[in-house]
Design a protein. Structure first.
Length: 278
């Protein structure tokens, strides 16, 4: 069942999502050559605690393979890592790209956002995949309109990735979010005509396409969390939490000063607050 949020719940979600966005803004200046992914984790962990919240990923979803659940407070996925990278001693190098995925829980409500950063100046090797991933998010948000089916989102994203000779990961998708980290619905980033449920005001969910430079095939590493591309090509991702409104949608995880130009306007238009910029 897809939960329609009340006005009070929506206000709480705005606060949680705002803090997630602020955390992502805070960490941006630290994404530099020479820093470890564990140092990024520690900075985000303390920032979230200092603002009266907790990091949602920490100890999330225990399993027989991982009895304590996810061991860190954020996900850091570098280069060919698609998602759920575990922060550790790895030191970032110039020319890397890294997706930093932030989810916070404040007053019982979760807010979720992620962004792929360049480590050092963009290169010809990594600039394309980051651009295409950001454009895919923008296109998906544009398609998320009241009365549209959920299939409209994936049906908009997938052709754009293919047009740019990239692929969309199918095993992972966006999700409803609120009092739980993951709720219904699953938001696919590729076309699926079975997704006929219609978007309605009060729905809150993430759109977070994972875009690969090569094939869509992935594999899970031995840590049972980190997902990588099978062909070792680069992967990039951007994510926002959005609210469906009577007139369109509201991006709840926009950063302070970031213009709300992701839900309107042509793809490729000049974006002075591009999410790919540090």
């Amino acid at each position: 069942m897809i939960i329609i949020k009340t006005a009070e719940e929506i206000e709480q979600m705005r606060l949680s999502c705002r803090l997630a966005a602020q955390t992502l803004c805070m960490i941006a200046e630290h994404v530099q050559p020479g820093i470890s992914t564990n140092a990024l984790n520690d900075l985000c962990h303390q920032f979230i605690l200092d603002h009266g919240a907790t990091p949602s990923p920490l100890n999330y979803r225990p399993s027989p393979q991982n009895p304590q659940g996810f061991p860190k407070s954020i996900c850091t996925s570098v280069n060919q890592q698609v998602c759920h990278g575990i922060p550790g001693p790895r030191v970032l190098r110039e020319g890397d790209i890294i997706n930093v995925d932030i989810t916070v829980c404040r007053n019982g409500f979760h807010g979720d956002t992620s962004k792929t950063f360049f480590v050092g100046p963009p290169t010809s090797r990594n600039s394309k995949i980051v651009r295409v991933a950001e454009e895919c998010l923008r296109i998906g948000i544009q398609a998320a309109q009241p009365g549209h089916t959920f299939n409209a989102i994936g049906n908009a994203i997938e052709p754009h990735a293919r047009l740019n000779h990239c692929s969309v990961v199918r095993e992972y998708c966006g999700h409803g979010i609120g009092r739980s980290f993951h709720e219904e619905p699953s938001v696919l980033h590729y076309a699926n005509p079975d997704k006929i449920a219609k978007l309605a005001p009060g729905m809150i969910f993430t759109i977070e396409p994972m875009i690969n430079m090569g094939k869509a095939d992935i594999r899970l590493l031995a840590d049972h969390w980190t997902v990588v591309t099978k062909d070792h090509t680069l992967s990039a991702q951007f994510e926002h939490t959005i609210l469906i409104t009577p007139g369109g949608n509201e991006i709840l995880t926009l950063a302070g000063g970031e213009q709300d130009n992701l839900s309107a306007g042509a793809v490729g238009a000049e974006n002075p607050f591009s999410m790919a910029n540090n």
